[in-house]
Design a protein. Structure first.
Length: 150
C-alpha cells in the first residue's frame, strides 16, 4: 500500500508528465480537531528529539558501556536542518563515527515518525464524512474534488 505524503499539497506524479494534481490525503483537508491533534503530535516529537539530544550527557555512562562516546557527537551537525544524506562523502569523513551514527539514527527515526504521521492523517481523512471532505477540499482548491458540483 502506498501512503501519500500528507504535508504535500500535490499528489505524486507517477506518469512523469509533471502534472500538479491535488493530493487526496493532504493534511489541509483535516478538520480543526484533527489538525490540532496532529499539531500537538508534531510539537511533542520535535520537542522530545531536542530534549533527547540535549540530555546526551545524562546517558553518557550507558552509551560508553557499548563503545559510544557521546562527547564525540558534534551537536551542531546533529541539530542542523541537514539530514545524513545531505552531507557529501567528504563531509561525512570529517565527522566522528558517533556523529554519523546519531545523525543517521535520527534521520531513520524521523522517517518512521513521518510515516506514522502520514498514516494517521490518511486514516483521519478516510474516516471523514464525504460531505465534510468535499467542503474541506473546496476550501483548499476553490472547487470540489473530481469536478463534483456538491
Amino acid at each position: 500500500m502506498f501512503i501519500r505524503d500528507a504535508r504535500n499539497k500535490y499528489d505524486v506524479d507517477f506518469s512523469g508528465k509533471q502534472k500538479d494534481e491535488p493530493n487526496p490525503y493532504y493534511e489541509g483537508y483535516l478538520n480543526k480537531e484533527d489538525s490540532e491533534f496532529i499539531a500537538g503530535m508534531d510539537y511533542v516529537m520535535n520537542n522530545e528529539l531536542d530534549v533527547f539530544i540535549g540530555r546526551l550527557d545524562d546517558f553518557a555512562y550507558d552509551f560508553f558501556k557499548v563503545g559510544f562516546n557521546v562527547h564525540n557527537v558534534d551537536v551542531e551537525i546533529v541539530c542542523s536542518d541537514k539530514g545524513y544524506d545531505d552531507y557529501t562523502k567528504e563531509e561525512k569523513k570529517t565527522m566522528s563515527p558517533e556523529t554519523r551514527i546519531l545523525l543517521m539514527f535520527l534521520d531513520k527515526f524521523i522517517d518512521v515518525v513521518e510515516c506514522t504521521r502520514d498514516e494517521m492523517i490518511t486514516s483521519m481523512i478516510d474516516n471523514m464524512d464525504d460531505d465534510e471532505y468535499k467542503e474541506n477540499f473546496k476550501k483548499v482548491w476553490g472547487r470540489y474534488p473530481d469536478g463534483d458540483k456538491e
